[in-house]
Every structure is written in structure tokens, then in C-alpha cells.
Design a protein around this ligand. Structure first.
Ligand SMILES: Cc1ncc(COP(=O)(O)O)c(C=O)c1O
Length: 394
């Protein structure tokens, strides 16, 4: 039977990683995969994570199963991190999931359980996994306009116009901050307008938040999600710990479901537990436990926040330096948006042919839609990239 299996289409980002590895040039630059790198090109383990791991090694006495939801303390810690006191805790159900992607998958499953006829609305463009998981699950998907290719900013009027077709019972997937792949974000005021529209339509918002702390700060980056939660009767939040705790391979994520009334939370929690049981039973615990320890220990939390802030500032500096270099080389403000974008990514509006030329001529690797990982740059490579863009795209 297994002979019936067909080759699967290669994941574009993983394929790019492969090309990069095979490129013999010493001065090649990887701006593809969404992983934070320091100035030496290394993805470090955060200090607080190392310290928590040491404590855990000394204190942990069992590796027995936790709960189907994961440790409830993790759900509570993530609720506090993302929502603070925006909604009463008794309206929030939560499960641990294998990374943020696991949370996205379970959110789609929960939506389908609640409404088998749901259509999921995603931004154009969005993180490719949103689309591929929806397709694999056979869930109807519609796109809403989001990005203006010419200015590399959000086309808010077009976005609102396309969301006018949303129906009651549909899911509207929003990026909580640091929009991947574009780096162009809604203002808080615009998030408020989107929330009003979703409420008016009777749809369910799903917020994917994978970069809290990478944009304007931990609290600032949570503000859109909190605003939506304060305006909407119910909502889902898929939160990833991969990037902001640097625990990519541990697969730590959390799905929260906010019900309109506290009496509904038990059913929401039961459904989330059920979905974990059906898909993989108990979720991974190690990364989630480290995150819980960090968020509930004032000293570890302070150190984590300090290091996250260093990372954030580093990325802002890289953005500004790249925008400055491009201004100088192109003698125009065409690429100023790079300094305004937030998070790890920016889509720079180059054509696929230009992206390929930059790869071939300069050994600089970015995804075909011209999404680049800002965190893959450093002081040495910023001028190289600016030169490549100026020579190829100007
Ligand atoms: C928008 C978005 N959501 C969710 C994730 C989930 O990441 P992970 O499954 O590694 O936690 C990512 C990772 O790139 C992302 O960019």
C-alpha cells in the first residue's frame, strides 16, 4: 500500500535552507528561515531558559504524564502573559500544544467542531502553514486583502472591503503582532475597527501571536490581542513560545478559547482536552514547563524580559541601518518602510526574478515572495544586502 504514496511538494522555506547549505560561497547570507540569530549567526539559548533547565534538572522527580490540557499552570501563565486581566480567568479555557503550529491546528479543529460549515479567512499573504493546514484539513478558506505591494504597507481599506463578505460562524485569522510574512502591521485603531466588524458579523476571531516582545515591547505587542478580547464576546488565541523564549525545538505553544460566559468554559475546556486526546494525547511538557517557571519566578522573568528587549532592540537597529543604507544607495525613500515594519520579517516588494538574482549574484537567500528574516542580518551583512537590493531592484 505504501507504494501508492506520491512525492509531496517541497516546503519552500525548507527547500531554501537546503540550497543555502549546498552553496559553497563563504560570504553567503541566510535570510530565509524564521529563527532569531545573534550577531555571530548563532541562535542562542536564552539565559533564563538555561537557568530554568538547571533548576528543573535538580528539582524534577517524575516524568509521568501531566494532564490532557498540559499543566494548568502553563495555561494560566500564558493567559497572564497574553491577556493580563483583560477578561476574567473563568472565561478562558487553555491547552498546551506542540508549538504555535499545534495551537493553530487545534484552533481550526475547535472551530470545525463548533461549526462544521465554517470558512476560515486569512490575510493575503499569510504564513504559508495557515493555508497548507487548512487545505490538508479540507476547511474552506477565503483570503482578505492585506498588503499593498507598491508601498509595502497595509491596505486597510481593501482589507475592510474584503472582510465585508464574512458570514456569521466564520473564523477570521488575524496576526497578533509582527505580521508574518510582511512585517506590516495594523494600528491599534485599525484592530479596533476590525474587532467591531467581526462582532457585527457574528464571526469568531482567531489571533495567531508568535512574536510577542519582538515588535514594540511585551505589553505593546499584546495590546491588539487584548483590545480584540475586550471588544469581542468570544475568541481564540494561538500563542507560540518558540521565538520569544527561543525554545523552537521544544515545541511549546498554547491555544486559548475565550467563551462569552463563564458557564461555557467547561465545555470549551472539555473540547480542547478532547482534541488533544484525539490528535496526540498529552502535549509536550518540557518547553511549557520552562516557560511556566520563567513567567512565575520574578528573577527569571526579569532576566528573560531583559534579554528579549536586547533582541528586540537589536532587530530595530538592523532595520534602521538597512533602511539608512538603502536610502543612501538608492538616493530615495523607497525602502524606508523597512524601519517601520516590525518583527523578524519584512517583505520588500522584490519580484521572484529579483530574489533569484540576489541569491545567484550575491549569495543572499530570501524567500521567493521577497520575505526576509531581519534577524539573519548583522553589521557586516547589512551593507552587502543593501548593495544587492540597490543593484538588483532599483
Ligand atoms: C505567524 C506564525 N504563527 C505561528 C508560528 C508557529 O511557530 P512554532 O510552531 O514553531 O511555535 C510561526 C512560526 O514561524 C509563525 O510565523
Amino acid at each position: 500500500m505504501l507504494e501508492n504514496l506520491k512525492p509531496q511538494a517541497a516546503d519552500k522555506i525548507l527547500e531554501l535552507m537546503q540550497f543555502y547549505r549546498e552553496d559553497p560561497r563563504d560570504n553567503k547570507v541566510d535570510l530565509g528561515v524564521g529563527v532569531y540569530k545573534d550577531a555571530t549567526g548563532h541562535t542562542p539559548i536564552m539565559r533564563a531558559v538555561k537557568a530554568a533547565e538547571k533548576q528543573l534538572w535538580e528539582q524534577e522527580t517524575t516524568k509521568s504524564y501531566t494532564a490532557l490540557s498540559g499543566d494548568p499552570a502553563f495555561g494560566a501563565a500564558m493567559r497572564d502573559l497574553v491577556l493580563a486581566d483583560t477578561v476574567p480567568a473563568d472565561r478562558v479555557a487553555a491547552i498546551a500544544t506542540p508549538g504555535g503550529t499545534g495551537a493553530i491546528r487545534q484552533a481550526f479543529e475547535l472551530a470545525r467542531l463548533a461549526n462544521p460549515d465554517t470558512t476560515v479567512w486569512t490575510s493575503n499573504p499569510t504564513w504559508p502553514n495557515h493555508l497548507s493546514i487548512l487545505k490538508f484539513m479540507g476547511l474552506p478558506n477565503r483570503e482578505y486583502a492585506y498588503f499593498d505591494e507598491a508601498s509595502c504597507t497595509v491596505d486597510f481599506d481593501a482589507m475592510m472591503a474584503s472582510l465585508a463578505d464574512v458570514k456569521a460562524g466564520d473564523v477570521v485569522l488575524l496576526h497578533g503582532c509582527c505580521h508574518n510574512p510582511t512585517g506590516a502591521n495594523l494600528t491599534l485603531d485599525q484592530y479596533g475597527k476590525v474587532a467591531d466588524l467581526i462582532a457585527e458579523k457574528g464571526a469568531l476571531a482567531l489571533v495567531d501571536i508568535a512574536y510577542q516582545g519582538f515588535g514594540d515591547g511585551l505589553e505593546e505587542d499584546a495590546a491588539p490581542t487584548r483590545l480584540l478580547a475586550s471588544k469581542l464576546p468570544e475568541m481564540m488565541i494561538a500563542a507560540s513560545c518558540s521565538k520569544n523564549f527561543g525554545v523552537y525545538r521544544e515545541r511549546a505553544g498554547c491555544l486559548m478559547a475565550i467563551s462569552e460566559r463563564a458557564e461555557q468554559t467547561a465545555n470549551a475546556q472539555g473540547s480542547l482536552n478532547f482534541l488533544n486526546r484525539q490528535n496526540y494525547s498529552f502535549p509536550p511538557d518540557h518547553g511549557a514547563r520552562l516557560v511556566t517557571m520563567i513567567l512565575t519566578d520574578p528573577a527569571l522573568k526579569a532576566d528573560w524580559m531583559a534579554e528579549l528587549e536586547e533582541v528586540r532592540q537589536g532587530m530595530l537597529t538592523l532595520r534602521q541601518n538597512l533602511a539608512d543604507e538603502l536610502r543612501q544607495r538608492t538616493n530615495s525613500d523607497r525602502f524606508d518602510f523597512i524601519a517601520q515594519h516590525r518583527g523578524m520579517f519584512s517583505r520588500i516588494g522584490a519580484t521572484p526574478e529579483e530574489v533569484l538574482k540576489i541569491r545567484e549574484d550575491f549569495g543572499i537567500y530570501m524567500v521567493g515572495d521577497s520575505r526576509m528574516n531581519i534577524a539573519g542580518l548583522n553589521d557586516r551583512t547589512v551593507p552587502l544586502l543593501a548593495e544587492a537590493i540597490a543593484k538588483t531592484c532599483a
